[in-house]
Design a binder for this molecule. Structure first.
Ligand SMILES: C[S@@+](CC[C@H](N)C(=O)[O-])C[C@H]1O[C@@H](n2cnc3c(N)ncnc32)[C@H](O)[C@@H]1O
Length: 336
């Protein structure tokens, strides 16, 4: 009973269906990347996925070479999936059939995978290797593994996730090394997702529309990508100057605290602690990411703890008060 409940809870949190408008708003920033490319959506039932919808309908417009979509067959029969099916689905589309300008899954034929469609299965890794770009919203409970696999196979990708993921010790180093960054279209607020018909409506943020479709609002959603886009090369306009009153030095870090990203002082060349939302404005030509709090604690940034400091280094402290989580950065081009 408990195992079933745990499985249902986990699968409930993984069954959020991305809205077409959110996909369109993001993918329009990458148009030049798609010409002649094989796109793979590896957590997507073509019958319900708007990623499939977007790429199949824009196949010619984007100049795609091929679209591959695979869908997981949940081992646990679950209340919480829209794609309950006995078998894992494969759809390969190369745009060559006649009359396929706006294809529907039924028109181009679904076939079945031999295995269960797990993105980690040998069969799906075969498609991953064939693909030039992976685009999906993967199950959040498997985000670490999902990202690790993309890195292992050196994949290009645009995926949706929760900004909490950047604090994972497996994920933050990728941001720091500029192997992963946010996409441009979401930098605040919440996003609406479709949820399966049986999704409980107890949450204050869930509702049903006139057609009986269920939705939920989720905070902290971000696109994660390693495809370049213009926004990450835009300078953040800095207008403030350093004063010791406005920018207190941490008790324990050799750095100043900047509690709002827009207040980063233009003339400070040393280390600064900034909120995690800094990443929404991060331009790697303008700023260097030094690390995060947990890097200090792990001893990875030996120059950050103040010399002779013997107290805690789990977070920055100011006058003995523990601060919010911070990213430590440095301005590459401080203005005198
Ligand atoms: C957050 S939902 C998003 C679905 C779809 N990509 C979209 O954006 O609308 C994640 C999907 O991944 C599926 N999934 C769960 N575990 C998986 C696995 N191991 N391999 C592939 N897909 C999985 C879930 O069933 C779920 O439909």
């Amino acid at each position: 009973m408990n195992t079933n409940l745990a499985a249902a809870r986990k699968s409930k949190n993984d069954e959020f269906y991305t809205q077409l408008g959110d996909i369109e708003s993001e993918l329009r920033h990458y148009r030049p990347h798609f010409e002649g490319k094989v796109v793979y959506c590896n957590c997507d039932d073509p019958r319900v996925s708007n990623f499939f919808h977007y790429f199949s309908h824009n196949f010619t417009f984007l100049g795609l070479k091929k679209l591959i979509t695979t869908c997981y067959r949940n081992r646990e029969p679950s209340l919480f999936s829209r794609h309950d099916t006995g078998r894992a689905i494969l759809l390969e589309y190369d745009g060559l059939r006649e009359g396929d300008v706006t294809p529907r899954a039924e028109d181009i034929g679904i076939t079945y995978l031999k295995g269960d469609g797990d993105f980690r299965s040998r069969e799906c890794i075969g498609f991953l290797k064939e693909a030039d770009i992976v685009a999906t919203n993967p199950p959040f409970s498997l985000f670490r593994e999902y990202m690790a696999q993309l890195m292992e196979y050196d994949s290009r990708f645009i995926i949706l996730g929760n900004m909490n993921a950047i604090t994972y010790k497996e994920v933050f180093p990728l941001i720091k090394e500029n192997r992963l960054w946010y996409g441009p279209s979401i930098s605040s607020g919440d996003r609406t997702f479709g949820v399966p018909d049986h999704y409980p409506l107890d949450a204050a943020t869930a509702w049903i529309d006139g057609d009986g479709n269920r939705f939920i609002k989720v905070k902290g959603v971000r696109w994660f990508t390693n495809l370049d886009h213009d926004k990450r090369h835009e300078d953040l306009i800095l207008y403030r100057r350093y004063t010791p009153e406005d920018y207190p030095h941490y008790d324990n870090y050799d750095a100043i605290d900047v509690s709002r990203t827009r207040d980063i002082p233009m003339d400070w060349s040393g280390a600064m602690g900034v909120p995690i939302t800094f990443l929404d404005k991060y331009n790697p030509d303008q700023f260097e990411i030094i690390g995060m709090d947990h890097d200090v604690k792990a001893g990875l940034l030996p120059h950050i703890p103040r010399p002779g400091w013997t107290g805690k280094i789990d977070r920055g402290y100011i006058q003995g008060k523990r601060q919010y989580a911070r990213i430590l950065i440095r301005n590459r081009i401080p203005r005198p």
